[in-house]
Ligand binder design. Structure first.
Ligand SMILES: Cc1cc2nc3c(=O)[nH]c(=O)nc-3n(C[C@H](O)[C@H](O)[C@H](O)COP(=O)(O)O)c2cc1C
Length: 202
């Protein structure tokens, strides 16, 4: 049987740091849960700012790769640093290249902050995923400076939360995708729910 395919998106333009520490914890948990995990590190992806007036962007290797990854994924673990009470521009730019690839998919969300509660960036990511007709886990994780010693994770409570997210994304993503795909295949009748709105999608 195909293992659940999970993409971990590191939504920072700064390589490493506390975000990368939490991404590694989430990756370890998702792998332990049986997921086949790929990473999308936006600090090295070389992704241009999305421009609807530039059709050549679709052929950029970085753009084609992120769309392939997202299309094949069953689920996502999305990590963002909180910037000005929102998700990072890098993660929003990742979203802006995608829509259909996220419909009927499942995601867990993790944020790092400079001391804030993280609710706004978490909510921003969840809203954006929902607007792409994706489903998100009803609990999240936020890494604040007090949870770390330098970039090393020192909070066992946060480690526990991040690992639960990793396991849950692997658990629920294939179920959601299977149900959504079955409803989409049944056509655009009301009984197909939101998936029916995607009945004609490729
Ligand atoms: C442009 C910018 C805006 C920021 N806005 C916030 C904010 O609104 N709330 C907050 O708690 N931290 C804010 N920070 C701090 C970052 O969230 C924090 O440095 C980052 O999550 C640390 O992650 P890292 O160690 O992986 O780089 C901001 C940082 C930058 C660069």
């Amino acid at each position: 049987m195909q293992r659940p395919r999970i993409v971990i998106v590191l939504g920072s333009t700064t390589p490493g740091g506390r975000l990368a520490t939490l991404a590694a914890e989430a990756q370890a948990a998702a792998t332990e849960a049986g997921g086949e995990v790929e990473r999308c590190d936006l600090s090295t992806a070389g992704l241009p700012v999305m421009c609807t007036e530039d059709p050549a962007q679709a052929d950029f290797p970085a753009v084609a790769e992120l769309r392939r990854q997202a299309a094949e994924a069953d689920g996502f673990i999305l990590l963002t640093p909180e910037y000005h009470g929102n998700m990072s521009g890098a993660l929003k730019n990742w979203f802006d290249y995608l829509y259909l690839e996220l419909a009927g998919k499942f995601a867990g969300v993790i944020a790092t902050t400079g001391g804030g509660g993280g609710d706004m960036s978490i909510t921003a990511v969840k809203n954006c995923f929902a607007w792409c007709h994706g489903f998100t886990l009803p609990f999240n994780a936020v890494g604040k400076p007090a949870d770390f010693d330098g970039d090393a994770l020192s909070s066992e409570k946060l480690r526990d939360r991040v690992h639960r997210i990793g396991h849950d994304v692997v658990r629920y993503a294939p179920l959601i995708r299977k149900s959504f795909d079955a409803a989409r295949a049944a056509g655009d009748a009301r009984s197909s729910g939101v998936a029916g709105l995607h009945a004609g999608d490729q």
